[in-house]
Design a protein around this ligand. Sequence first.
Ligand SMILES: Cc1ncc(COP(=O)(O)O)c(C=O)c1O
Length: 399
Amino acid sequence: MFDLNNNKPQTGEKRSVYLDHSATTPVDPSVAEVVKRTMLEQWGNPSSKYRIGNDAKIVLERAREQVAALINAKPEHMFFTSGGTEADNLAIIGAMNAARAAGRGDHFITDAIEHSAVLKAAEALEEDGFKVTILPVTPDGFVDPDTLRNAMTDQTALVSIMQVNNEIGTIQPLDQLVAVARERGALFHTDAVQGFGKLPLDVQTLPVDLVSVSSHKIYGPKGVGALYIRAGVELSSRQFGGGQEKGVRTGTENMPGIAGFGAAALLCSEKMVDDAKRIGELRDKFLAWIKAEVDGEVIVNGGLENRIYLNLNLQFPGVEADSLLLALDLDGVAISIGSACSSGSTNPSHVLTALGLNGEQANASIRVTLGRSNSAEDLLYSAQMIGKHVKRLREMAVW
Ligand SMILES: Cc1ncc(COP(=O)(O)O)c(C=O)c1O
């Protein structure tokens, strides 16, 4: 019922299309099998010294290798956590406390479009007496290395700038930013949750000190992530217990989650290049189809250059994005407004306002993020539904 060659949707046949892969991804069936096997067959405690424990330990260390391989890290520098949020918190709070205790400074720098796992950690640091600088971003959504350079002081202990933004998909110039931090002897943390497994990141060539990653953005289970810690970097952990993960993140490991994370990471290393090509081409077609379907203005928020291949953040002036979300949901299309990780909030997105959008513009914006399961037919259908509802909502609105 779809005429792909003609670039035109033919009918309004209803489908179910998931376009929110930056919120989470469906678990790959082969990964789910690994999770199940770990629960039923390799259920031992990896700290136990008998065979059942050793079997679990093998699973744990294999997963560590698989996750580490995606950023070319040594497995012994990768520490499992309960997700990206915990990895961010551990990196930032842990590195700043260790720096203050060692007299290496009490100044932390991050930027205005970070995930709340970083921004709220910065607030907690401030409450604890640390100095915090939040850098502005350019209207396209990038941190300017000169802005970072000007903010650095002799007291700057840590800089935290994400690899890929979760709302607008911009890829930060990490090589330049890390170089600036290094000039002044500060550590560098990157929240790579949105880029991990999708874009290359090599800790042997990029001298980043701390990297946060998460499983559920790469078709793995939820509630598991990891923090890369460069050799010699000290963190002070606020969690006390049996000393697992070399005491960096103590507590019996989430073995099914970790095994699934490893399997998902392995799949990414096999699929990264093909995914980027196929999904990137689809994303570009999708944008063209949306522009063809929507009467009137469609604005892409953030720069299209240096943006992860799966992301579009679109503004439809005159449309309430939350009404559009609900209407699309009824037609089977799942998109998001702002960051789904902080759903429930009706405030305009802090990322879009940092780009200079006003509340009205931010609230007229949606995020669509594509993934492995999306087909051209899905996207053509979704473009048609977006066109239909934007037209209707614009007619209803007084503007
Ligand atoms: C950029 C970024 N950082 C951190 C997180 C938090 O990761 P997790 O959901 O694994 O705690 C997310 C989740 O959306 C994210 O997009």
